[in-house]
Design a protein around this ligand. Structure first.
Ligand code: FAD
Length: 471
């Protein structure tokens, strides 16, 4: 008997419930575990997945193949096309003697349809599918108000989430037991191709990633509260890319945090508590996405804001994408994204706010651009972040609270070190000048401001109040 484990956003062998359960089952019926990964570049493209993220996945699958080989678990990595091709690939494996399929649940609409089609195919042959709800620490739908409703505001969600954590704890699964060597002859399927190596700077060995997380929880998390908002400092964990593709689980992060910094968690403002909050935000946005599937269709959570008539100037959008707006903090941030595939959280907030509230461009343009560049692109977090910044989402920033990009720059990059790193033409500016290098004239080689913040702000207020007053 073959127990087929279909890996998707759980590219790890520690704390992988699907893999672990399959191995346990195989021990009972003297069967074997076969792991499967199907690359679906056409679907990835349809989802605007960044090439660097695609490369990270491909490199990680290759590393996982070697790691699982040590446990004598074969991993078959197949090059598919789109989600529809998954049914055909899996159907070709069934004659090997597949008795069950195991996978981690995914929630987005197309993913759901894909899994439904696979389950229906297996059902024809009476082969059961086991789906494990492990993408969040608390499964979507499990953190509800007393009336049984979904929370639309983060703080009470978090409070209840913490009660659940204290009551049930967090469980991680050990790595699966080594299986006896198996010579399994798999059908002739196109092997997964290598990527473009653009993610080479990101290690993909599971133990190395786990170790990074452990060191963060042991040695760095205590400084998180004070350091996390300053992009010039390496003050955050930089684990998002690994959480997004499942090299790490959020459960592992929570368990490790409790182990290394349990005492700190009792104080609300400690680094450990604030970091835990970020992991809760991750859960929150996924819960919201499951409860409101219209978000997946890129509709605004606050539906009336979909009536805003965004001017959407292509020239301004291009300046934002290239980091040529004349606002140094925005331009440096966009260059960080374009050059590295990652952007600091404070800068994601600043650039998102700037696109929507200074350049008056529909937040969906920015959401899509971020997705096409981010190594950690994650639909729920990205959509949640954009709708927060655009004041169109759950628990969003009120629309009249508009970031001033220059003040933000002075506050969060006071010495201009981050700006200098990405805008060498401003290197000689003083710490004071660098945030607004236009007085008396724009610094040589730099860009004139594409808009005037105070004027832009007024138009934003007008755009929002037009639709709000119709409510
Ligand atoms: P840390 O500060 O160390 O946080 C730990 C983990 O918590 C992160 O790795 C991430 O998994 C999670 N997390 C942190 N902040 C948030 C948040 N606000 N919402 C949800 N989860 C969070 N995060 C993504 O993972 N993918 C995205 O596509 C994404 N797009 C964003 C777009 C915008 C406009 C904004 C404002 C935020 C976005 N974020 C996204 C959230 C956040 O910016 C990143 O998770 C964070 O910068 C990653 O760095 P880190 O791993 O060092 O985070």
């Amino acid at each position: 008997p073959v127990h087929l484990v279909w890996l998707r956003h759980d590219l790890r062998y520690h704390d992988n419930q699907a893999l672990y359960t399959a191995r346990e089952a195989a021990q009972l019926d003297n069967g074997i575990v076969l792991a499967l990964y199907i690359a679906t570049p056409l679907s990835w493209q349809q989802h605007d997945m960044a090439m660097i993220r695609q490369d990270l996945i491909r490199r990680r699958v290759a590393a996982l193949t070697a790691e699982l080989a040590e446990l004598k678990i074969p991993l078959l990595a197949v090059e598919g096309m789109d989600y529809d091709s998954c049914v055909a690939v899996i159907a070709q494996l069934l004659p090997l003697g597949v008795v069950a399929l195991y996978a981690q649940q995914e929630y987005e609409v197309r993913e759901h349809a894909r899994d439904h089609a696979v389950a229906a195919k297996l059902h024809e042959q009476q082969i059961p599918c086991y789906w494990f709800d492990r993408l969040c620490v608390m499964p979507p739908g499990s953190v509800l108000t007393q009336q049984g409703d979904i929370y639309k505001v983060f703080t009470p969600f978090k409070r209840n989430w913490l009660v659940k954590l204290a009551t049930f704890g967090v469980k991680c699964f050990p790595k699966p037991a080594v299986q006896s060597a198996t010579a399994i002859v798999v059908p002739n399927l196109t092997p997964m191709q290598a990527g473009d190596n653009s993610s080479a700077g990101w290690p993909v060995a599971e133990l190395e990633v786990l170790n990074r997380m452990r060191i963060f929880c042991q040695q760095r998390v205590q400084d998180y509260t004070t350091a996390r908002d300053f992009p010039a400092i390496d003050g955050t964990s930089s684990l998002s890319a690994y959480l997004a593709i499942g090299v790490l689980s959020a459960q592992q992060c929570v368990a490790r945090l409790q182990h290394e910094a349990g005492q700190q968690l009792e104080q609300e403002k400690s680094g450990a508590s604030v970091w835990l909050s970020e992991l809760i935000w991750r859960d929150f946005y996924k819960h919201i996405l499951v409860a409101f599937p219209r978000l997946i269709k890129h509709q605004a959570f606050q539906t009336e804001t979909d009536r805003i008539n965004w001017p959407n100037d292509n020239r301004l959008f291009a300046a934002w994408c290239r980091g040529e707006t004349g606002y140094p903090i925005v331009d440096a941030a966009m260059r960080q994204l374009n050059e590295t595939g990652w952007m600091h959280n404070r800068l994601r907030m600043i650039t998102a706010s700037f696109l929507v509230k200074d350049l008056h461009i529909d937040w969906r343009w920015g959401e899509r651009y971020f997705m096409s560049k981010l190594i950690d692109g994650d639909f729920a977090a990205n959509n949640g972040g954009w709708q927060w910044a655009a004041s169109t989402g759950t628990d969003a920033a009120p629309y009249f609270r508009i970031f001033n990009p220059v003040t933000q720059s002075e506050r969060f990059d006071p010495s201009g070190d981050f700006i200098r790193r990405y805008l060498p033409m401003l290197a000689s500016k003083t710490n004071k000048e660098i945030h607004w290098p236009h007085k008396p004239v724009t610094a040589k080689g730099y860009f004139r401001p594409v808009v005037e913040h105070n004027e832009a702000r007024k138009l934003t207020l007008a755009l929002f109040s037009a639709v709000k007053s119709q409510e």
